[in-house]
Design a protein around this ligand. Structure first.
Ligand code: NAD
Length: 468
């Protein structure tokens, strides 16, 4: 059987790792080999950063309108290949084709949204205490951006960073997850058919080998990272030493609250999707369900039935499956909790009960199809449980009461609040990000993302009326 080999893409050209090393990527759905991939190290990072550095000045001299036009072409090129992109994602993650196509479309929509900024990229003018002085605040590119992303929704993950980074006049080095090399290669290949060489480079490899030289490279002006809090903390420390700009989008332990006046059919449907879609491998997954005492028993029985019938998806790796199974040791499992008897890395959708709100399991993100039920007496207690977490990414509440919804929205410590829906479901024009250990204060997508990929420059114009 022929196993394809996947290379880096540096300065517009495919290149194996300089060392000639590769690693093997397996299919999560059945554990079979999918491809071998360039196992890059310092030498490849140096080449990619050099290509980005040399391409960036000319790229930045194009007008935002022209960069937006090229990115619209890229979005159209991706749209023409959406099925192929989705197929790559299905193979390398094991998720359903429907989910993968939805993600391809979300990535493409992000492209169109960012491309439209070409006709905006608004700055500001401001008043001055000095007569005849005009001040213009304008956005300038940061320079060379390292884009390091997670495996979970690979195409949107690339699109959320690559489109705005490049649109703003930066050149970039994309470091995809070692678990999703095929979609990253296809994305970068299509991008390099549209963009000048060196503007978007791709370096594959294992996080702990190829990540550090990228994060520590003196010529990388911005590190934009989506992944775990643990890796994010390391990156912040290392990049912080050389005072590089760092944007971190990290994990979540998101809570969905079900009040006693909730539409239970709707609450159960959204709770199942929020907890288990994409095998729970979503930063916005609902891994905590906080339910009012008055409806707890009914909710638990119906939710448990739904969990037993939920179509599972595989986890990304054997290591991830083992880690999650290990963390369930000693917990009270109401549903699931075991590996499915089939090849690949499948965990049954899992529901836990009677876990203390401050227990390790309540605080640690598992990144799998595991959710915990909490019983609370009222809204005050619900808000207390929801906020008793190191994370604060997304949240949801199910209630028919506007006052409860507004009080929750006000009090919850999270970057996103949804009333009567799921904990996920962001769109390209909506800023996304969290508080506490879910991030470092940036918002991706929306026009907010422009703040990540640009620096403000204040231009002072002083006119002398005597010289007219
Ligand atoms: P991870 O932290 O293990 O890896 C993320 C990326 O970092 C990968 O590309 C990996 O290769 C790379 N990496 C690993 N070590 C590195 C190092 N020392 N230096 C530089 N790069 C390194 O995370 P993961 O398992 O891929 O993803 C799951 C995490 O991502 C979860 O915590 C999830 O919540 C989070 N996530 C957050 C968002 C968000 O928008 N907030 C979105 C998606 C996923």
């Amino acid at each position: 059987m022929h196993i394809p080999s996947i290379a880096n893409l540096i300065d517009g050209r495919a290149a194996p790792a300089a060392s000639g090393q590769t690693f093997e990527k397996l299919r999560p759905a059945d554990g079979s080999p999918l491809c071998t991939v360039a196992r890059s190290d310092d030498a490849d990072v140096l080449a990619a950063v050099a290509a980005a550095r040399s391409a960036q000045p000319a790229w930045a001299t194009l007008t935002p309108v022209e960069r937006g036009r090229l990115l619209r072409e890229l979005a159209l090129a991706l749209q023409a290949r959406r099925e192929e992109l989705a197929d790559a994602v299905v193979e390398e993650t094991g998720k359903s084709r429907e989910l993968a196509l939805g993600e391809a479309d979300a990535a493409i929509e992000m492209g169109f949204f960012v491309a439209g900024e070409g006709r905006r990229l608004y700055g500001r003018t401001t008043t001055s205490a000095t007569p005849n002085r005009t001040v213009l605040a304008t956005r300038r590119p940061v320079g060379v951006a390292a884009l390091i992303v997670s495996f979970n929704t690979p195409l949107p993950n690339y699109a959320w960073k690559a489109f705005p980074a490049v649109f703003c006049g930066n050149a970039a080095v994309l470091k995809p997850s070692e678990h999703t090399p095929a979609s990253a290669s296809l994305f970068a290949q299509v991008a390099n058919e549209v963009l000048p060489p060196g503007v978007l480079n791709l370096v594959h490899g294992l996080g702990n080998e190829v990540g550090p030289p990228l994060v520590e490279h003196a010529d990388v002006d911005l590190v934009s990272f989506t992944g775990s809090a643990e890796t994010g903390r390391w990156i912040n420390e290392r990049a912080g030493r050389r005072l590089a700009k760092v944007c971190l989008e990290l994990g979540g332990k998101n809570a969905l609250v079900v009040c006693d006046d909730a539409d239970l059919d709707r609450a159960i449907e959204w709770s199942l999707a929020s907890a288990f879609s994409n095998a729970g491998q979503r930063c916005a997954a609902a891994s905590r369900l906080v339910v009012f005492d008055a409806v707890y028993d009914e909710f638990r029985d119906r939710f448990a039935r739904g969990a037993r019938n939920y179509e599972p998806g595989p986890l990304i790796s054997e290591e991830s499956l083992e880690r999650i199974l290990g963390s369930l040791d000693g917990a009270e499992v109401a549903v699931g909790g075991e590996r499915l008897d089939r090849p690949g890395w499948w965990l049954a959708p899992t529901v836990l009960e009677n876990v203390a709100a401050d227990a390790d399991l309540s605080c640690r993100e598992l990144f799998g199809p595991v959710t915990i039920l909490y019983r609370v007496r009222n809204l005050d207690e619900a808000i207390e449980v929801v906020n008793d977490s190191p994370y604060g990414l997304t949240s949801a509440i199910h209630t028919a009461n506007l006052h409860r919804a507004m009080r929750f929205a006000d009090a919850v410590q999270a970057g996103v609040v949804v009333v009567n829906g799921g904990t996920h479901g962001s769109e390209p024009h909506m800023g996304f990000g969290g508080v506490k250990q879910s991030g470092t204060g940036w918002r991706e997508a929306g026009v907010e993302t422009l703040d990540v990929y640009t620096e403000w420059k204040y231009v002072n114009l002083i006119a002398d009326p005597a010289k007219t």
